[in-house]
Every structure is written in structure tokens, then in C-alpha cells.
Design a binder for this molecule. Structure first.
Ligand code: SAM
Length: 354
């Protein structure tokens, strides 16, 4: 094993931090050997905090209407081929009912930035779910809103919020978003969510167009500094009809490598093996677990709308009923020695960081 690689991985394991130069070196010198060593250490760290329990989140994609035009996204405003939909409150409640019966104790409500969902409407849905299912956590993933709006949603009962930072490099952010969108505003939203008291999830796509090893190193430094409760990373996958339709997808190997590094930087982080990872490789989610992940997010949306929430091409799990998805994941995890648990799946903060 390369001396330098070994000493960087050792330092990462011991100190849980690396410098920008070290992270850049690590990202740009990925090898099979290094990836295996990182995965082994990451899985051991994960095991010491969470064991082989896998937390599940029931994902409800409740609207694909979006005012934004992110250049990579299959539900961007300009995507004319996308058939738009919006679930009603009773439809969302039905997803929760089915999910609860299947053992889900966290619901993730995700959508495009759909102005129809005013604070009033969204708070009503959040408090309705909280009243019916007080033992469940609610995660929102509905994009950028004002601090006041985040506060109202928190007061209505939302516990967690996923807002990927997408990239920690301003110039890179500007290459993958239209000029109406602002890097500083996204970062401000993330800070507002933290200040209000949400458990916050950040993250980025791996292999996004124009991404360099230095950009990834800045992402990792941001993750190291911010210490998010959750971190969602998955490969970029091109979506037909978008400006980035012809860019190559991110790779399984690089995504797994980064999952392992993130687990070592933030040992207690809730780290999903994402649907995108399962899309680029049939065993992507299983391999994600083996690289240090501890969360899966099966789809609870009604089957008739699933194909319409097409963020990227060939997205998996768009044809099965929720029960089938849950069952399939149970079997997949069981096969590799992991167990999906019926639990809110809160972060188990390490004592030194409480
Ligand atoms: N509108 C909300 C927001 O902006 O956070 C939530 C929905 S958004 C579609 C959820 C995530 O999908 C984004 O943060 C992005 O990282 C991911 N995504 C979008 N297009 C993608 C693509 N082509 N490949 C992989 N991930 C993608």
C-alpha cells in the first residue's frame, strides 16, 4: 500500500479531519486497495454506533411542480416532457397510513419548489401527520424557503430537513444552476435550518458536471465543519431533456469511496444508500451499506405518480407498491447481514459532540 495513502487514511481515522490538500489528494488518488481499506474502517465505525441496524425512511414525493431550473434535474421548470402532479392531503395521509402499517416511523415529504404549498397548507399537512402519528418523525425536503417559513414548519411539528448544499464551491454552483439561483442563499437556508433546531441533511451529487477533485474536497470540508445530522450523496445521473443529458453519470466506485470518507469524518452521521446509487448498480444500496451507510429511503408515493418524479433516467422502484419495496429491501439487507428496524432512526450523537 502506498505510504501516503496509508498515512492519510490513518490520520482520517484517528483525527476525523483532514486538510483541504489531504482531502484533494485522497479524492484524486482513489485505488481499489484504498477504497477497500476505507470501507472496512467506515463499516467498523458505523457498527460501533449503529450496529447492523438499518433505518428506513418512507419517501413521499408529493409534488413534481418546481419553479427552479437546475440544469441537472429531470423535474426542472423547463422540462416540458414531465407530466406534473400534486398529491392532495388525503393522498399524502394515505401514504403515511400504508407506511405506518409497514413499520415506517419516519416520513420524508419531498417535492419541487411548488408555490401552491404555502406555509399554511404545508403546516396543516405536517401537523395532521404529527397528530395521527405522534411517534413518527417528519422530514421535509421542499427546497429553499424563508427563515420564517422554516420556523413555522418546525413549530407545526417537522423534525428534520434535507437540503443538499449541492456543491460547496460557489463557481461550481453557478455552472450547474441558472443565474436566478444563489449559492449564498442556499447556504443561508442551511444555516437557518440549523439555528431553528432541525436535524439537517446536506449533500451533493458525485460526478456532477464540471465537478473537480478540489470541489469534492471542499464538499468534504464543509461536511466535516458543519457536522450534519444527515448527509445524502448519490451519483449524478443524466436526465433526458435537460441541458446535462449528455454528461456521463457519476460512478458507483467514487460514490462508495466518498460514503466511506464521510462516515469517517462524521462517525455518527445518518448516511443513506440512495436510490440513485441503486439505479447505477443493481446492488448499489447493498454496497453502500458495506461502505458505511446506515439508512435506506424506499418510496411510499402512490404508484401512479412514481414515474412522474423522474429526477434522472431509469430511476428504480417506480413500478412496485410500497409493500413490495419494503419487502424487497428487507430481503436485500438481510442477505448481507443487516436488519431494517422499525424506529424513528434518530441520530445517536457521540458523547464528545453532544
Ligand atoms: N426541491 C428540493 C430541493 O431542492 O432540495 C428537493 C427535491 S430535489 C429534486 C432533490 C435532490 O435531487 C437534489 O438535491 C439533487 O441533488 C437530486 N437530483 C436532482 N437531479 C439529479 C440527477 N440528475 N442525478 C442525481 N441526483 C439528482
Amino acid at each position: 500500500m502506498d505510504e501516503k495513502l496509508f498515512s492519510i487514511i490513518d490520520s482520517l481515522e484517528q483525527n476525523r479531519r483532514l486538510s483541504f490538500e489531504e482531502l484533494t489528494w485522497l479524492v484524486s488518488h482513489r485505488s481499489v486497495e484504498g477504497a477497500m481499506l476505507l470501507a472496512k474502517k467506515a463499516a467498523a465505525v458505523r457498527d460501533s454506533i449503529y450496529g447492523r441496524d438499518v433505518f428506513v425512511r418512507g419517501l413521499i414525493e408529493f409534488s413534481n411542480i418546481c419553479k427552479n431550473d437546475c440544469l441537472y434535474c429531470g423535474i426542472r421548470k423547463s422540462q416540458t416532457a414531465c407530466q406534473r402532479y400534486r398529491l392532495t392531503e388525503p393522498q399524502i395521509m394515505l401514504c403515511c397510513q400504508q407506511g405506518y402499517a409497514l413499520g415506517f416511523r419516519t416520513f420524508v415529504l419531498q417535492s419541487g419548489e411548488d408555490g401552491w404549498f404555502t406555509d399554511e397548507r404545508l403546516c396543516q399537512i405536517v401537523s395532521h401527520i404529527k397528530t395521527e402519528y405522534p411517534d413518527c418523525a417528519i422530514t421535509l425536503s421542499v427546497g429553499e424557503r424563508s427563515r420564517e417559513s422554516y420556523q413555522k414548519l418546525f413549530d407545526a411539528g417537522a423534525d428534520r430537513y434535507l437540503l443538499r448544499h449541492e456543491t460547496a464551491t460557489k463557481s461550481h454552483y453557478e455552472k450547474i444552476h441558472p443565474k436566478e439561483m444563489s449559492f449564498d442563499h442556499r447556504m443561508q437556508c442551511i444555516q437557518d435550518l440549523r439555528d431553528i433546531g432541525y436535524d439537517v441533511g446536506i449533500g451533493m451529487m458525485v460526478g456532477a458536471p464540471y465537478q473537480t477533485p478540489e470541489d469534492l474536497a471542499r464538499d468534504l470540508l464543509f461536511i466535516e465543519d458543519f457536522r450534519p445530522e444527515m448527509c445524502g450523496i448519490g451519483p449524478f445521473i443524466p436526465a433526458a431533456g435537460t441541458p446535462f443529458a449528455h454528461f456521463p453519470a457519476g460512478t458507483l466506485e467514487e460514490t462508495l469511496y466518498l460514503l466511506s470518507i464521510i462516515r469517517l469524518l462524521v462517525p455518527d452521521v445518518l448516511l443513506p444508500a440512495t436510490t440513485a446509487l441503486g439505479t447505477i448498480d443493481p446492488l448499489g444500496r447493498e454496497k453502500g451499506m458495506q461502505a458505511g451507510a446506515n439508512v435506506v429511503m424506499p418510496n411510499l408515493s402512490p404508484v401512479q405518480v412514481r414515474k412522474k418524479y423522474m429526477l434522472y433516467d431509469n430511476k428504480i422502484c417506480t413500478g412496485e407498491e410500497s409493500a413490495q419495496c419494503r419487502n424487497c429491501l428487507d430481503l436485500r439487507m438481510d442477505k448481507i447481514g443487516y436488519t431494517i428496524v422499525s424506529d424513528r432512526g434518530d441520530i445517536r450523537r457521540e458523547k464528545s459532540h453532544v
